[in-house]
Design a protein around this ligand. Structure first.
Ligand SMILES: NC(=O)c1ccc[n+]([C@@H]2O[C@H](COP(=O)([O-])OP(=O)(O)OC[C@H]3O[C@@H](n4cnc5c(N)ncnc54)[C@H](OP(=O)(O)O)[C@@H]3O)[C@@H](O)[C@H]2O)c1
Length: 302
């Protein structure tokens, strides 16, 4: 597994970690991923996966980079402290390596939230502070509020077909040494990426490299400077396949073929806001309706 430096912390992070949203396969697949070198697990208080992550890291805690998230309704200092204590309890550990604010919450002053995060770092319960789904402006405000500590990462959606962050956020993170943790690096399912591959470039690269489709897609992601990826797999097979996306590189020409032949989008601000604020039941309904559309039409809305 290739390691990369987390921001400028001196800490090495596997370029492929393991996501655990909608993970329900028990500790064994996660354990096999850890043994294959994906010593980086991402969870969140809202995922319901902290207990199984706790089981998976038991006995190897010190070798694992453990990231969790606090939900926006817990951003007030007292709630945040309580929320982190509960996460630590569920994870069976006394500290997390990365505490991420799951998404911005304009209803709570960022200075209050970051003050509480700084206290947790000082107390040794949190090693590093990160954010998720923060825009450049929100990231700057959070960094200012955190003061002497650095925000080391921003976890955002990034994959071959959704390249929204390339316009503004990714260049900013690179310039300010904030690691981008790419979520949904498989676009929540390879079929969505295939929908956007009308000329079959992924199948060509599978034949040329002998790698799997998921490995091609994930390797593209970690070839981007300053980016690590956290695919979620619900089986040993998927997790080990994903670990095999590391330790090799697509060539420059292969990357160019993916960049030019996979249809991707960069969402505008209105689209981004809609995605962020649409209530979950409506989001699920929209996804179900989308999946019933013919492929050519589906591609336009991904
Ligand atoms: N911060 C945020 O707001 C946020 C939002 C979304 C996600 N995330 C994080 O990012 C992680 C990853 O995102 P995600 O879970 O939404 O989607 P993802 O990793 O892009 O895709 C997961 C899907 O890909 C399938 N898959 C996994 N490995 C595969 C392989 N080798 N070959 C073929 N199919 C494969 C999975 O199937 P199986 O499940 O059957 O294995 C699942 O259907 C999450 O688990 C979570 O930790 C964070």
């Amino acid at each position: 597994m290739t390691l990369t430096e987390l921001a400028t912390t001196g800490v090495s992070l596997p370029e492929i970690g393991m996501g655990t949203w909608e993970y329900h396969a028990g500790p064994k697949p996660l354990r096999s991923g850890l043994e294959a070198g994906a010593l980086f697990i991402d969870t969140a208080e809202s995922y319901g996966s902290e207990p199984v992550v706790g089981e998976a890291i038991r006995g190897v805690r010190d070798q694992v980079f453990l990231a969790t998230k606090v939900s926006p309704h817990n951003f007030r200092p007292t709630d945040l402290r309580r929320s982190v204590e509960a996460s630590l309890m569920r994870l069976g550990t006394d500290r997390v390596d990365l505490l991420q604010l799951h998404e911005p919450n304009p209803a709570v002053p960022i200075a209050d939230t970051m003050g509480a995060v700084a206290e947790l770092i000082t107390a040794g319960k949190v090693k590093f502070a990160g954010v998720s789904n923060f825009s450049v402006i929100q990231l700057e405000a959070a960094q200012k509020a955190l003061g002497k500590f650095s925000i080391v990462s921003n976890q955002v959606r990034y994959n071959l077909i959704d390249r929204t962050i390339e316009t503004e956020l990714l260049p900013y993170c690179r310039a300010h040494q904030v690691t981008v943790i790419a979520y949904c690096p498989l676009a929540r399912g390879l079929s969505r990426i295939c929908d956007c591959d009308p000329t079959g470039v992924i199948a060509e690269l599978v034949r040329e490299t002998g790698k799997s489709p998921a490995q091609i897609v994930l390797n593209w992601c970690v070839c981007q400077k300053g980016v690590v990826a956290i695919p979620k797999g619900n089986s040993v097979e998927h997790i080990l396949d994903n670990c095999g996306a590391s330790d090799w590189r697509l060539s420059e020409t292969q990357l160019t073929r993916l960049n030019t032949r996979i249809q991707h989008r960069r969402r505008n601000r209105v689209d981004q806001l809609l995605r962020q604020w649409l209530p979950s039941p409506l989001q699920s309904l929209a996804i179900r309706s989308l999946n019933r559309m013919p492929r050519r039409l589906r591609r336009r809305f991904r």
